[in-house]
Design a protein around this ligand. Structure first.
Ligand SMILES: Cc1cc2nc3c(=O)[nH]c(=O)nc-3n(C[C@H](O)[C@H](O)[C@H](O)COP(=O)(O)O)c2cc1C
Length: 141
């Protein structure tokens, strides 16, 4: 069984493109080594990430990420067991929706939905739905 975990958070200060590239480089190298896959969405200082992998590994990684001073206010929206990965080919798929959104087929429905816990907390499956749509849009790109 694999743990599928989705959380949202807020950047302490806006990430620049270079900050995001830096972060992704670390994520991808570490996650590949850890057997963790997933996706990260960023928009205007809001973050949403899905992590999937062996349960203790994902929990350990989440704890490390939660201590990272670059963001705060983490809220776990969804934790569920699954037997198959949603993002098998991605050590960390990424989209900066501040800039990429308009060019992504299938993503228009989400353009006006703030990536905030209040929006997703009430309906955690919405978070997973977002990620699945994200994945589809990614593979079309
Ligand atoms: C929003 C956000 C998401 C992150 N996601 C991951 C991740 O998926 N994998 C990872 O290894 N580090 C991630 N990090 C970075 C970790 O918090 C931490 O800086 C990093 O794992 C330390 O790696 P190092 O010991 O190789 O320097 C994330 C940080 C932030 C702010």
């Amino acid at each position: 069984m694999l743990l599928f975990l989705v959380y949202v958070s807020s950047a302490r200060t806006l990430f620049t493109r270079a900050d995001l590239e830096d972060l992704l480089r670390t994520c991808r190298a570490n996650n590949e080594r850890l057997g963790v896959s997933g996706a990260l969405l960023y928009r205007d200082g809001s973050l949403m990430q899905v992590l999937e992998g062996e349960e203790t590994t994902v929990r350990g990684l989440y704890d490390r990420i939660a201590r990272d001073r670059r963001h705060h206010g983490l809220i776990v929206l969804l934790e569920k067991e699954q037997d198959q990965r949603q993002f098998p080919e991605w050590s960390m798929a990424f989209r900066d929706l501040s800039t990429d959104a308009e060019t992504m087929p299938g993503f228009n429905d989400f353009l006006n939905t703030p990536l905030r816990a209040e929006e997703f907390g009430a309906d955690p499956t919405a978070a997973q739905q977002l990620m699945v749509t994200f994945k589809k849009a990614f593979s079309l790109a």
